[in-house]
Design a protein. Structure first.
Length: 412
């Protein structure tokens, strides 16, 4: 039932329906999203003239929470009504949100604008993962999710470069500073419109088949379903625990700046470190997805948590740019090991006909944990110092690896 890939003849992963359209859509959208990487905080501080970062945090927290809460419902809706329309609608919301953010005059205007953005992500993500999982054999899901994540990450590499290029061009043309910031939001909405066209024209619904729960007289299927459900609950709990205390990209950048004493005029150093995460993320996502199709999801997720534990424990010892760069590269490897494989893992465990709902529930719980994580890690950093915060975070990642190793089994 697991369907691990065998050594026979294999066709290219992009020849399966929806793999290439969904991956290209991810590339276009993330190019637009990461065009704003360096500009969104500056827009808040310089254009909206709001120096109090607690309001910046409030906007992010409230809107992220909205986006995560709706994911089980959009996943279930996709299971019942079809996933392609929700994916297109989600991308439309993402594009509209960037226009609305560019029109903001005071910081409260960003709350509805960012809420539209997070609702769009919540509307897109579970149906997209469900459609992708349904479009390939179980033994190729890791490779499919790895390609999706790597294309998304290529967009994250291109986006900041494109954003800085457009901003510099506008400056050369003599456009004022405030207008430049607003135009960059409008330009960033355009690639996501291409995502809508790609999905609308090239993606197609594929059947899920009947759920094992609905097949009469199959006691073995009922036992399998119970085992998979138990594995799903433990996997979700372990991943949420790790996510609750993990060091996120944002906190890693903040901690790196603190350790190196980076000044505002040295912002390019932080952009470089952020690029390192994406540079290692893209190839590791493809490789980990392919390997998980052969050896199983469980060992790859465990390895990802072990990498996270090690890099977090070593962070306080990184006193120079070179050693910190290695930490950022390792964080990209951790994400490449974990992110595509966890979605393939949940897709394997979920019963047919409920895959979107299970993926949405998983994303909701791990996503809510991720919202709290930067605050908790920052609080631990302030109260216990770098070593205390990093060792607690590393311990949580190690605990997650142990829980999955001991209590989670591969889908049956």
């Amino acid at each position: 039932m697991n369907g691990r890939a065998s050594g026979g003849e294999r066709k290219g992963i992009t020849r399966y329906p929806n793999v290439l359209p969904l991956s290209l859509a991810a590339l276009f959208n993330d190019t637009g999203a990461d065009m704003l990487f360096a500009f969104y905080p500056l827009f808040f501080l310089m254009v909206l003239k709001e120096p109090r970062l607690r309001w910046f945090g409030l906007v992010e927290t409230v809107t992220l929470l909205i986006g995560h809460i709706i994911k089980p419902f959009t996943g279930k809706l996709g299971d019942v009504r079809g996933r392609k329309p929700l994916i297109c609608l989600g991308y439309l919301f993402l594009s509209i949100s960037r226009f609305l953010q560019g029109l903001a005059r005071v910081w409260p205007h960003l709350i509805p604008a960012k809420a539209v953005y997070e609702i769009g992500r919540g509307m897109r993500n579970p149906p997209r993962a469900s459609l992708l999982a349904s479009s390939v054999p179980p033994g190729r899901r890791g490779e499919a999710f790895g390609l999706l994540q790597s294309m998304d990450t290529v967009g994250a590499i291109i986006g900041p470069l494109l954003g800085m290029g457009v901003f510099s061009l506008l400056a050369w043309l003599g456009v004022g500073v405030e207008a430049r910031f607003r135009i960059i939001f409008f330009v960033a909405a355009v690639p996501t419109l291409a995502s809508i066209l790609v999905v609308a024209l090239l993606a197609r619904e594929v059947g899920e088949g009947a759920s094992p729960e609905s097949e009469p007289g199959e006691e073995i299927e009922t036992l399998r379903e119970a085992e998979n459900r138990r594995a799903f609950y433990i996997l979700t709990s372990a991943c949420s625990l790790v996510g609750l205390l993990a060091i996120t990209e944002t906190m890693l950048l903040a901690c790196g700046a603190s350790i190196l004493g980076i000044k505002p005029e040295e912002t390019l150093k932080m952009v470089f470190l952020y690029w390192l995460i994406n540079i290692s993320f893209a190839p590791s996502a493809i490789l980990s997805g392919r390997v998980s199709d052969r050896v199983g999801r469980k060992p790859i997720v465990i390895l990802g948590f072990l990498v996270l534990s090690a890099l977090t424990a070593l962070l306080p010892l990184a006193k120079r740019m070179f050693s910190l760069a290695l930490i950022f590269l390792a964080h990209g490897v951790y994400q490449g090991l974990y992110k595509p494989v966890r979605e393939a893992f949940v897709s394997d465990l979920a019963p047919r006909g409920l895959r979107g709902k299970w993926l949405g529930a998983f994303e909701m719980w791990t996503g809510v944990a991720g919202i709290v994580a930067p605050f908790l890690f920052g609080l631990l950093w302030d109260l216990l110092g770098p070593f205390g915060a990093c060792y607690i975070s590393a311990g949580a990642a190690l605990t997650g690896a142990i829980l999955i190793s001991a209590f989670v089994r591969e889908a049956r």
